[in-house]
Design a protein around this ligand. Structure first.
Ligand SMILES: CC(C)(COP(=O)(O)OP(=O)(O)OC[C@H]1O[C@@H](n2cnc3c(N)ncnc32)[C@H](O)[C@@H]1OP(=O)(O)O)[C@@H](O)C(=O)NCCC(=O)NCCS
Length: 194
């Protein structure tokens, strides 16, 4: 499931060949309904709104012909900018976003357009999932399922983070992390392995 376009601070809308794919066969409203439940049934939460706009952005890519998609894309881009500028959450539609991903709190959350985030992951305020070197702008982390990312953590480069990993607050993760591990520190090291 590879995206067709990325929108990040460092790489403005880089075109590639394939299209984003919804992580599930669920329809748009079913996905948003389970996201709403995952966010404590509070539609006012910025995290829920950011995820809902991302789902909408993916869904709209399925509208054919392209001409009919254009006004919907315009709406999506307005909503994307509102979430980014108002809540400080950059979550482009090209992110391969799993089901029931929770964004707890808001502010300084940056997700590279090429990231994969598995089901039931949690991201918190100040988290960056991004590329490590400007010379390799398409590198982005891949998170397994149920990855719990602490406040302020930074994950850089084309790294693989296994299922059930805990990333400590303010950790800087530069290497792959095995499933079940807890990592913390700068640079992040394994402090526990289940
Ligand atoms: C990483 C985390 C999940 C580990 O929790 P835990 O499984 O209970 O592990 P422990 O507290 O026993 O810590 C294990 C070791 O890692 C260290 N450690 C834990 N979190 C750390 C962090 N964020 N940075 C650096 N070291 C950390 C502990 O000091 C301990 O080291 P020690 O064995 O030398 O004493 C937790 O500390 C954490 O950072 N959670 C994020 C919470 C968060 O972001 N909250 C925001 C709410 S808005």
């Amino acid at each position: 499931m590879m995206p067709n376009r990325i929108e990040t601070k460092t790489t403005e809308a880089v075109e590639v060949t394939t299209e984003p794919v919804a992580p599930t066969d669920l329809g748009l409203w079913s996905q948003i309904a389970e996201d709403w439940i995952a966010h404590g049934r509070d539609w006012t939460l910025p995290g829920f709104r950011a995820v809902a706009v991302q789902r909408f952005g993916v869904w709209r890519m399925g509208i054919r012909p392209k001409l009919w998609r254009a006004p919907v894309s315009l709406l999506y881009r307005m909503l994307y900018r509102k979430v980014r500028n108002g809540y400080g959450i950059e979550l482009p539609y090209t992110v391969n976003l799993g089901r029931r991903v929770v964004i707890e709190h808001q502010g300084a959350i940056v997700v590279h357009g090429y990231c994969t985030i598995g089901d039931d992951c949690i991201l918190r305020q100040g988290v960056t999932l991004g590329n490590r070197h400007l010379a390799r702008p398409l590198d982005a982390p891949v998170l397994g399922d149920r990855v719990n990312v602490g406040a302020g953590a930074k994950l850089f480069g084309a790294i693989q983070v296994g299922d059930d990993v805990q990333v400590g607050a303010n950790a800087v993760v530069l290497h792959d992390v095995p499933a079940g591990a807890t990592v913390a520190g700068v640079p992040a090291k394994i402090v526990k392995l289940r």
